[in-house]
Design a protein. Structure first.
Length: 115
C-alpha cells in the first residue's frame, strides 16, 4: 500500500512519529450552487481599471465555476455582447444594467440594480 506523501498538500503537520498517522489533505471542493431563487445578485456599472470603458458587473453568485460559466454565456448571448467571468463575478461589456436585471429575473434569480 503506497502512502500519499505529497508534502505540498499537507495541512498543518510537519512530522509525525505515529506509524498509523494519515495526513489530512485539503480538498479542492467547489461550493454547491444555490438554486436560482436563493441567489441574491447585484448588478452594477464599473469603470475602474478599464481605461474608461464601462462594464456591467454582476456579483453575489454562489456556486460552482461551471454554473457561473453557463450563466455568463446566457447573459452574453441574450445581450449580444462580449464578456467574461473572474473571481465569481460576471463582466458584461457596456452599460446593460437594466437588460441584465430583466434577463436574470426572467431566469428566476433575485437580482437588484445597485449603483
Amino acid at each position: 500500500m503506497a502512502k500519499n506523501n505529497d508534502w505540498k498538500k499537507r495541512d498543518g503537520v510537519v512530522y509525525s512519529t505515529n506509524q498509523g498517522f494519515q495526513y489530512q489533505f485539503q480538498g479542492n471542493e467547489e461550493a454547491t450552487t444555490l438554486p436560482a431563487g436563493q441567489q441574491n445578485l447585484r448588478v452594477m456599472l464599473d469603470k475602474s481599471g478599464r481605461a474608461g470603458k464601462q462594464v456591467t458587473l454582476v456579483t453575489g453568485f454562489v456556486g460552482s465555476s461551471t454554473d457561473l460559466d453557463v450563466l455568463t454565456k446566457t447573459l452574453k448571448v441574450k445581450c449580444g455582447v462580449g464578456g467574461s467571468n473572474k473571481d465569481g463575478e460576471i463582466l458584461i461589456q457596456g452599460d446593460l444594467r437594466d437588460k441584465v436585471v430583466q434577463i436574470l429575473v426572467k431566469e428566476g434569480y433575485k437580482a437588484k440594480r445597485s449603483g
